[in-house]
Design a protein around this ligand. Structure first.
Ligand SMILES: Cc1cc2nc3c(=O)[nH]c(=O)nc-3n(C[C@H](O)[C@H](O)[C@H](O)COP(=O)(O)OP(=O)(O)OC[C@H]3O[C@@H](n4cnc5c(N)ncnc54)[C@H](O)[C@@H]3O)c2cc1C
Length: 461
């Protein structure tokens, strides 16, 4: 006899959301998490009186009908409070400028040479028009759509930085589509998922309406972007509070194997013993699935091997005064040598830092060709160079090394599907959907899971 209706492997946000949906659909659930704590990349904790998040976060697509909004409204017992994200800036030696989002913005952005600004504006218009007429931009890289070798090094760094920021990969590996979604020029349409008509998605789920007009006048990168007022852990806490008693959670319990029989998932093996269930939801790295299931088809394994990931270093600095460089709400991007994204999160909520102090997170992409120590050192030196005098005000330093998304959306990369070749084994997580980013993407994957399980009549509609 099965011990459980369902087993969820992994207690990050996608595993927890899956457990929530299953339990609120009448299933009893066993959730197994290998770490001591739940939440993984979606959490906050205290360091010397400062409340740091697991990396700087902007939560996207929180509008009505967005995937996380949908899950919160339908499955949460209460919805955490969110505040407007604020603005995105670019910093250079002269200070902050708003990130350009319209043609005029690009043309007047004096951080880049005039010739390059014209080229970017032309390419942007050309690509957006061809997208509107049906061209698939997911296989065209940012690098390919620009006359790369004619651009100045500043412009190349600028394009590379925004590519890393949006996909975790360089301009050579980032698709134009990704840039357009991230830049607010095109939007993903989730209606079909939310109404459960469509468990797959393709380009046709993107609205091709008049987004060219956005380029001309009224575009904003931070459309529908928010920050949880009490920090990232507010999302985790709301999920945990909403979990019914039919969810049993075991932390410090790593799954070692997924037990299969006749190509059907039956249970999992841990050091403590085996657990059995009708369905297994796997939320760890899809790329690692072959470590847990030995008899996967070779073509499937080779697809999973094409998943690209990227590593991030976040440096949290507690500053002993209200450093005026960070007196804004939102995020800033430094695009010159050793680019980073910074967010002064205590501006959203003063309680994140001791009185009179400030908390800022700086996120860098890690170049895996270099040693971690040299990457950290270069990152620190960059911060000291960009904000002269900051070293005299550092009250707390905390480093995090993380994999922000299990799959970066990159040219020739791969994103896994909810349904696997093993019956009753399903995947969720940020490597199972390519829309939006991070937590929103994890939520998309759970919405897809709901769609699949409803179609299979495993849970009720
Ligand atoms: C620096 C940084 C910045 C980010 N910025 C943003 C942002 O601006 N906006 C945004 O929306 N998102 C952002 N994200 C991403 C977002 O936090 C993640 O995409 C999301 O939290 C991933 O959730 P997940 O459940 O899919 O994966 P994970 O958090 O990786 O959870 C997977 C879980 O599975 C567990 N596990 C693995 N193997 C096993 C096993 N064998 N047995 C049991 N358990 C196992 C892991 O321990 C982990 O807890 C950022 C992340 C980072 C790190």
């Amino acid at each position: 006899m099965n011990n459980y209706d369902s087993i969820v492997i992994g207690g990050g946000v996608s595993g927890l959301l899956s457990a929530l949906v299953l339990s609120k659909s009448g299933k009893n659930v066993l959730l197994l998490e290998k770490n001591r704590n739940l939440g993984n990349n979606c959490n906050s904790y205290l360091v010397n009186g400062y409340q740091v998040d697991t990396g700087p976060h902007a939560i996207t697509q929180l509008h009505s009908g967005g995937p996380l909004r949908y899950l919160m409204e339908n499955y949460f017992d209460y919805v955490p409070a969110f505040v407007d994200y604020g603005d995105y800036f670019i910093r250079d030696a002269y200070g902050l400028k708003e990130v350009p989002t319209t043609l005029k913005g690009y043309l007047t952005m004096d951080m880049l040479p005039k010739k390059d600004r014209l080229i970017i504006a032309q390419s942007l218009t050309k690509m957006l028009l061809s997208w509107q007429f049906g061209t698939d931009l997911s296989n065209i890289s940012v690098y390919q759509c620009l006359p790369w070798n004619t651009l100045s090094s500043d412009t190349k760094e600028f394009m590379d930085t925004f590519s890393y920021f949006l996909s975790g990969k360089s301009a050579k590996e980032t698709s134009v589509q990704r840039m357009f979604v991230g830049g607010g020029f095109i939007e993903e349409d989730i209606e079909k998922d939310i109404t459960y008509e469509n468990s797959e998605h393709n380009l046709d789920t993107f609205k091709r309406v008049s987004y060219v007009s956005r380029l001309l006048n009224n575009n904003k990168v931070n459309y529908n972007q928010f920050y949880p007022r009490n920090g990232l852990k507010a999302i985790l806490n709301a999920i945990l509070y909403s979990l019914p008693e039919t969810v049993e959670i075991k932390t410090n319990t790593a799954v070692e194997q997924i037990i299969t029989e006749n190509n059907t998932a039956k249970g999992v093996l841990t050091k403590e013993g085996s657990y059995f269930a009708d369905i297994i939801i796997y939320s760890a790295f899809a790329k690692d699935l072959p470590k847990y299931v030995t008899d996967l088809p070779l073509s499937y394994v080779s697809d999973l091997n094409r998943i690209k990931q990227s590593k991030a270093l976040t440096i949290w600095l507690g500053l002993d005064e209200e450093f005026e460089e960070f007196n804004y709400i939102g995020g800033e991007v430094w695009f010159k040598k050793k680019p980073f994204w910074a967010m002064p999160i205590s501006n959203y909520n003063k309680s994140f830092a001791p009185e009179g102090k400030k908390l800022v997170g700086f996120m860098f992409s890690i170049d895996e060709n270099n040693s971690l120590e040299s990457e950290k050192l270069e990152a620190y030196n960059t911060i000291l160079r960009v904000y002269p005098g900051i070293n005299k005000h550092i009250d707390m330093i905390h480093n995090q090394i993380t994999i922000p998304e299990k799959a970066s959306v990159a040219i020739n990369g791969f994103i896994a599907e909810t349904v696997t070749p093993i019956k009753n084994l399903y995947l969720v997580g940020t490597d199972v959907d390519d829309r939006s980013m991070g937590i929103t993407r994890a939520a998309y994957s759970v919405v897809k899971l709901i769609t699949v399980l409803r179609k299979k009549e495993i849970i009720d509609s």
